[in-house]
Design a protein around this ligand. Sequence first.
Ligand code: ADP
Ligand code: ZN
Length: 350
Amino acid sequence: MQEIHLTAQSHNSVIRCGQGVFETYAPKYKEGQFFIVTDSNVFALYRHLLWETFGININIKILPAGEKSKTHKYLFEILKEMLNCGMRRNCTVIAFGGGVVGDIAGLAAALYMRGVNLVQIPTTLLAQVDSSVGGKTAVDMCGVKNVIGTFYQPQEVLADPRFLETLPEKEIRCGLGEIVKYGALDGGIFAKLTENKNNLKDLRFLSEIIYRCIAHKAKVVKDDERDLNGLRKTLNMGHSTGHALELYYGKKSHGEYVLIGMYFELFIARKLGICTGQYAEELKSLILSVIKKIPYYADLEKAADYAKFDKKNNDEKISLIVPKALGESTEIKLGLEEYVKLLKECGGGL
Ligand code: ADP
Ligand code: ZN
């Protein structure tokens, strides 16, 4: 079991990861008042564990599984039930599930009585390596992702790989998308990933890499909690192009689009002479070890249009965080026309 202390401006968080952290650290919450938020899939799989850990009479909101539940309707349902259950200001909201549960439960915790304790217990790989750490909370509105939200640090994150045993392969691949992104930002993670390229889905390997990814993210969040000085922005590598493809095509998981986005953006960085040589080749081969084939996209021009609305862009230009060298990235800005031209050149074949 490993422990990371995140001293953010607003709140301090302790992040515990490794096999056994749930069993060791979750039961203490039954001593106080607590409210669990989860989803229907996770509840079906883990209700016995929840009952064993917290007792039969728990206050719990079970959301329908999936992104569609990340709305103000469900947010207010959670808040209303918390009120009905008599939750007080010193209660703890326990987010037990993937990124969707973490985002909406986090926002509920931030809003209820102007903020109550929050504990994140992420059960997907994506949530363990990424969304449960750093305090971003949100719901979607009018089809716009994460448009209502706030920064709210959990007091504790319990990332236990035991939950990954029930996770479908597609969700593992989704988490690997963000993990490969960390590899492009952190030389130590890159070395581990390339050494274990044929072994990335192994749970023992994942347990080790989860800690490293969280440690990287915690360091970034500590120095740029509110995404102000450009450091936190680096975590968006692959996301500008990935998001645009996700918004236009939307058939794969978020993590897979991040990987495909990285593939395109690496191509651009190579073409512009920013990322060259053996490292560029190794990074490409790492990306392709998770997503075997990059699909051919016929409508890159239309998809690229969505990149215009990315919140990293401060002006007309498209801002991309591209890989540069081992453990190094850089921001580039491209006009839409040039961006589309480069995307088309990369095409998806290669
Ligand atoms: P993400 O964590 O990828 O942001 P979700 O919160 O929607 O997104 O989780 C992805 C899917 O995985 C959901 O259908 C959710 O119910 C399911 N899920 C979450 N945790 C587990 C688990 N430990 N085992 C199996 N399925 C899970
Ligand atoms: Zn992401």
